[in-house]
Design a protein around this ligand. Structure first.
Ligand SMILES: Cc1cc2nc3c(=O)[nH]c(=O)nc-3n(C[C@H](O)[C@H](O)[C@H](O)COP(=O)(O)OP(=O)(O)OC[C@H]3O[C@@H](n4cnc5c(N)ncnc54)[C@H](O)[C@@H]3O)c2cc1C
Length: 596
C-alpha cells in the first residue's frame, strides 16, 4: 500500500524501478562464535595474502596485515589507477583570488566518533594523524540545526536543545501537520510505543514498516525517509530495519516498552554488537594506545581531516608503499578467483588492461581478502561447470545505489542558515524536486576550517555546499547526468529551495555509480547464506570485508577491516559466518566506558 502511494506522488520523467527483493531465507541462529575455541591456522601458514580493492577497507586491511603478519607478503589489487575508492578530496583554485583554494569532498566528509567510530579514532592514533583532525563540538550550529525541506521551504527540526521552544513550529509547519494528521491517533501510537511496544513480527522488516507499526506512517514518510536519503540514499520501504537500525530493532525484542529501553540506554546497558565487542575486548587486553586522544574526540558531534578525508587513505598508502613486503598493483582489475589445482590455495587472475595489455598468469595466495562490492565479488567466482553461475550467488542480491555529488563554492558568505544541511523526504512533490535531490550539505558549517585561508581571506567567508542527487530514485536509470548537467541541476535546486541565484565561483560534479550498498529486508539472512557459501566453496581461504556487509560508513569499514585480519588465523571465520545472524546480539562491554 505504501509503495502504491509513493508511485502516485512521484510521477517521474525517468524510469524508477524498485530493487529486486532478495529471497528471505528461513531464520536460523548461527552458532555462537567463541573466541579462541575454534580450529586455527598457524601464522607461518599465512605467508602470502591478496587484498582485493584499494579503497579505505582494502588499505586498512593491508595495513593491519602488515602489523599482525610482518613476515607475510601482501598484494593489493586495485582496478583503477588510484587508491582510495570513494574517498576523494579535491583542492581547487578559486579564480581571481590570489591562488586561494577550496577543498571539496566528493565522497565521505565527516565521521562520527561514537560506537564503531572508536576503530577510526584508534587507526588515526596508530597512523599518527591526530594533529590532522578537526572536531565539530556538539554546541556548534551544525550539530544542533538540521533541516527538512517541506513542502517549499526549510523546516528546522526541533532537537534536544530547541525542543522546549518548538511549540510554534509544531503548530505552524505543514510538515508536522502532514506527518501527524490526527493528533489523537498519533497520541495513541505514541502511548502504545512508550508503554507497550511491538516486538518484531518477522525476522526482518523495512524501516518504513517498523516505524509505521510503532508510531504510524506519517513519521516514516516525512522524517525517516529523509534520514534514509541522507545516510544510505535509499528507500525506507525497502531498507532493512534489522541491519540498519539494529539498536532499536534489538531493543524492542529485549524490553517491554520505550521507557525501559531509554533507561537502559541512559545507564549504558543497551550494549554493543559483536564486532565492536571483539575490538573493544582485544584493546582492553592489549591496551588502547593513546587513550587520552580517544577520550578527547569522543564528545564531538563529528570529526574530519584538515586536509580532507584523503589524508587517511594517503597516509595508509604511504606506509604500505614504504613496506617492502607490500606490493600495490593499480590498474589491475581482478577477473577471477579460483582454487589452485591441488585446492590448497587460491589464485587471482587479472584482466589485461590498457596499462598492462599482455595476458597475465594467475597468482596464488594462501588467503584472499575481498573488499570489493558483494555483487562484483559474486561475478568473479564462476562455477567451474558454468561460467554464468556464481559459486557465491547470495552476494549477487546486494545491490548498490548511484549518487551524484555536486560541490559548489560561492563568493558570498552565509547564503544558507547555520546548520548541517537539509534532507528531502520521499513525500516532497515532483515540482519541488524534479532533479531527484536527496539533500544538501552546508559544508561551510558542517566541516568548517578546511579551506585555504592563508592566501586570501575570502576563501574562509564564502559559502560551500554539496548537493546530492539520485540514490534509489535513479534505480533503473540507464544514463546519469554528465558534470555540466549535474551542476545545472544543482543550481536549479538551490535557486528553487534557497533562492541562491549567484553563479558559483568553483563547481565540481561527479557521478558515483553503484557507490552505496543497499541493505534490503533480509540482508542479514543473505549474509548467513553467503558465509556458508564462502566456507563450502573456498574453505574460508576467501574472506570478505567492506561496505557491502556489516555497515556502509567509513568507521564500519575500518572496524571490519580490523576484524577480518584479527580472525585470519581462525579456520572457521570468513568475515561473514562469524557475524551474520548475530548483529542484534547486543551486550555490554565492561571497562570501555568513556571510550566507545
Ligand atoms: C557520496 C558518498 C558520501 C559518503 N559520505 C560518508 C560520510 O560522510 N561518512 C562515512 O562514514 N561514510 C560515507 N560514505 C561511505 C564510505 O565512503 C564508503 O562506505 C567507503 O568509502 C567504502 O570503502 P570500501 O573500501 O569498502 O569500498 P570502495 O571505496 O568502493 O573500494 C573498493 C575498491 O575496489 C576497486 N575495485 C572494484 N572492482 C575491482 C576489481 N574487479 N578488481 C580490483 N579492484 C576493484 C574499486 O576501484 C575501489 O577502489 C559515503 C559514500 C559516498 C559514495
Amino acid at each position: 500500500m505504501q509503495r502504491a502511494r509513493h508511485a502516485a506522488v512521484f510521477e517521474a520523467p525517468v524510469v524508477v524501478r524498485a530493487y529486486a527483493r532478495p529471497f528471505v531465507v528461513a531464520y536460523r541462529r548461527w552458532p555462537l562464535y567463541v573466541h579462541g575455541r575454534l580450529a586455527s591456522t598457524s601464522s607461518s601458514e599465512i605467508q602470502n595474502v591478496a587484498v582485493l580493492g584499494g579503497g579505505i577497507t582494502g588499505l586498512t586491511t593491508a595495513y593491519y596485515l602488515t602489523r599482525s603478519y610482518p613476515h607475510a607478503k601482501v598484494t593489493v589489487y586495485e582496478a583503477s589507477g588510484r587508491l582510495g575508492g570513494w574517498v576523494r578530496s579535491r583542492r581547487l583554485e578559486i579564480p581571481e583570488s590570489d591562488g586561494a583554494q577550496v577543498l571539496f569532498e566528493e565522497g565521505p566528509r565527516t565521521l562520527r566518533p561514537r560506537g564503531n567510530g572508536v576503530a577510526v579514532r584508534g587507526l588515526i592514533s596508530q597512523l599518527d594523524l591526530k594533529s590532522e583532525i578537526l572536531a565539530l563540538p556538539k554546541s556548534a550550529p551544525a550539530a544542533q540545526n538540521r533541516f527538512i525541506y517541506y513542502p517549499d521551504h526549510l523546516v528546522l527540526l526541533p532537537t534536544g536543545a530547541t525542543l522546549a521552544n518548538s511549540g510554534g513550529t509544531f503548530r505552524t509547519e505543514k510538515l508536522f501537520h502532514d506527518a501527524f494528521p490526527s493528533v489523537l491517533r498519533f497520541a495513541w501510537h505514541m502511548a502504545r510505543f512508550t508503554f507497550s511496544w511491538q516486538p518484531p513480527r518477522a525476522d526482518d522488516e523495512s524501516i518504513g514498516d517498523f516505524i509505521t507499526r510503532h508510531v504510524g506512517p506519517g513519521p516514516a514518510d516525512h522524517f525517516a525517509s529523509a534520514v534514509a536519503h541522507g545516510i544510505w540514499a535509499g528507500d525506507i520501504w525497502q531498507l532493512s530495519m534489522k541491519s540498519l537500525f539494529t539498536r532499536p530493532w534489538a531493543l524492542t525484542k529485549r524490553y517491554k516498552n520505550a521507557l525501559q529501553a531509554a533507561s537502559a540506554m541512559q545507564e549504558g546497558k543497551a550494549g554493543h554488537g559483536p564486532v565492536l565487542r571483539e575490538y573493544v575486548g582485544k584493546h582492553l587486553q592489549q591496551g588502547w594506545g593513546d587513550r587520552d586522544f580517544l577520550n578527547e574526540l569522543r564528545p564531538a558531534s563529528v570529526f574530519y581531516f584538515k586536509g580532507g578525508m584523503e589524508t587517511l587513505t594517503k597516509r595508509l598508502e604511504e606506509l604500505l608503499r614504504a613496506n617492502l613486503k607490500v606490493e600495490i598493483r593499480t590498474g589491475a582489475p581482478v577477473e577471477q578467483i579460483s582454487k589452485t589445482e591441488d585446492r590448497s590455495a587460491l589464485q587471482v587472475t587479472v584482466k589485461s588492461s590498457e596499462s598492462q595489455p599482455q595476458p597475465q598468469s594467475p597468482q596464488a595466495f594462501s588467503r584472499v581478502i575481498s573488499t570489493l562490492p558483494a555483487l562484483t565479488l559474486s561475478s568473479l567466482c564462476p562455477s567451474p561447470s558454468s561460467s554464468t553461475t556464481s559459486l557465491l550467488p547470495a552476494l549477487a542480491s546486494i545491490p548498490s545505489a548511484t549518487v551524484m555529488t555536486i560541490n559548489l563554492y560561492f563568493r558570498t558568505p552565509n547564503l544558507v542558515p547555520p546548520g548541517f544541511g537539509y534532507l528531502l523526504p520521499q513525500t516532497i512533490s515532483l515540482e519541488q524536486n524534479p532533479e531527484r535531490a536527496l539533500g544538501v550539505v552546508f559544508d561551510s558549517f558542517a566541516s568548517p576550517g578546511l579551506d585555504d585561508t592563508t592566501r586570501a581571506q575570502h576563501a574562509a567567508f564564502g559559502t560551500k555546499l554539496t548537493v546530492m542527487l539520485g540514490g534509489h530514485w535513479w534505480q533503473g536509470l540507464k544514463g546519469v547526468p554528465n558534470e555540466e548537467e549535474g551542476v545545472d541541476m544543482a543550481r536549479g535546486i538551490l535557486k528553487r529551495h534557497l533562492g541562491i541565484e549567484e553563479e558559483p565561483a568553483v563547481a565540481n560534479a561527479r557521478a558515483h555509480r553503484d557507490c552505496i550498498p543497499q541493505y534490503l529486508v533480509g540482508h542479514d539472512d543473505q549474509l548467513v547464506e553467503a558465509g556458508k557459501q564462502l566456507k563450502a566453496e573456498f574453505g574460508n581461504m576467501l574472506r570478505v570485508a567492506g561496505s557491502s556487509y556489516l555497515g556502509v560508513g567509513v568507521a564500519d569499514c575500518v572496524l571490519n577491516a580490523w576484524a577480518v585480519v584479527e580472525g585470519l588465523r581462525e579456520d572457521d571465520r570468513n568475515g561473514l559466518s562469524e557475524w551474520a545472524g548475530r548483529r542484534d546480539e547486543l551486550e555490554v562491554v565492561e571497562g570501555a566506558e568513556g571510550v566507545i
